[in-house]
Design a protein around this ligand. Structure first.
Ligand code: AMP
Ligand code: MG
Length: 328
């Protein structure tokens, strides 16, 4: 069985082709980059996706050397409604054209499942850090559950918003990482952890004040050290609570080497395994949707109208038919 997966929840339009053994036959994407100084405008991202969708679908099929897949999977949430609608409309269009079933996929769970496939992990905790998301997710009692999350902004958005303040080009994360390497002096920032949740808004306010009278390198260094320590602390708590000994770090921010290093150290100290998949699989991509489509194929249907977007779809609302619940 071959599944074509479409990702269009935010700024990336991605198309992946994956077979039932988990072989990734194609994984192509194009990301909408907002003009300098701006955040993501969902309408502009939608236009970007509409323009590039057909070309990317064809490119993925050509690369995979597949004429017609057996299944179409599409991320239907969580995400930005205008962007989600482009992906779903395309998915329905091609599923109808080929007369094959369609399955709607949860974007966050797809990140986790492709991480499991890559790392060959069975039952990990996932630290998912992207522009809009910061969540700690794991499987427990028949469902994926969110054990911890940000109560305000996603960590990537914090980096990008601060970056905009100091005139760094979007995305600011990689530039902040580079500056942080030159930082020497740690400046205290509000360390805000409640149980397994975190908040970043207080840090953002403080950063704007600090840049006026401190070296930028030191501010970036302190930003990373503080936020990453918060994330590693709550992740470790989730691993202890769930008694799991595998960690997957994923999402665009997972490219950060310092965050990878801190997760790695924490896992080594616990005797746990750690994996940070390559960015082609950790960032938003179509292969993860296609692979989750293969796993969730039992839920696929040719009654295409049964599928709609679900912009606030929480992972604990997803029926996980492909994992045997050991707790029962
Ligand atoms: P995503 O939303 O998963 O596509 O990830 C994009 C986010 O990752 C943006 O907010 C980037 O600023 C952030 N990002 C990318 N690379 C890095 C890095 N090396 N360090 C920190 N943040 C990063
Ligand atoms: Mg994502």
């Amino acid at each position: 069985m071959i599944c074509l997966g479409i990702e269009s929840t935010a700024h990336t339009f991605g198309v992946g082709v994956v077979d039932e053994k988990g072989r990734i036959l194609a994984n192509v994407k194009d990301t909408y980059i907002p003009p300098e100084g701006w955040g993501i405008d969902p309408t502009k991202a939608k236009e970007h996706h509409k323009k590039l969708a057909d070309g990317l679908i064809q490119k993925a099929l050509d690369e995979a050397n597949v004429e017609k897949p057996d299944l179409v999977a599409v991320a239907i949430g969580p995400g930005l409604p205008p962007c989600l609608l482009v992906g779903l409309k395309k998915a329905k269009e091609i599923a109808k054209k080929w007369d094959i079933p369609l399955v709607g996929i949860n974007h966050a769970i797809a990140h986790l499942e492709i991480g499991k496939l890559f790392a060959k992990f069975n039952d990990p905790v996932m630290l998912y850090v992207s522009g809009g998301n910061t969540q700690i997710i794991a499987f427990e009692s028949g469902k994926y559950r969110i054990f911890g999350e940000t109560e305000d902004m996603g960590i990537g958005n914090l980096f990008d918003s601060f970056g905009r303040n100091i005139k760094l080009e979007f995305p600011a994360g990689p530039k902040i990482e580079k500056l942080a390497k030159e930082g020497k002096q740690y400046i205290e920032l509000p360390y805000s952890v409640k149980g397994m949740d975190v908040t970043f808004a207080g840090i953002y306010t403080k950063l704007k004040e600090l840049v006026k009278s401190n070296k930028l390198e030191d501010v970036c260094f302190s930003l990373q050290e503080t936020t990453f320590a918060m994330l590693v602390e709550v992740t470790e708590r989730a691993m202890a609570h769930t008694q799991k000994n595998e960690l997957i770090l994923t999402g665009g921010v997972s490219a950060n080497k310092r965050l990878q290093e801190m997760c790695d150290i924490m896992c080594k100290e616990r005797g746990a395994k750690f994996s940070a998949p390559p960015l082609s699989l950790a960032g938003d991509n179509g292969a993860m949707i296609a692979w989750n489509g293969i796993l969730a194929k039992d839920g696929a249907t040719k009654e295409y109208d049964e599928w709609d977007i679900n912009p606030r779809w929480r992972v604990d609302e997803v029926k996980v038919s492909w994992i045997r619940d050991k707790s029962k």
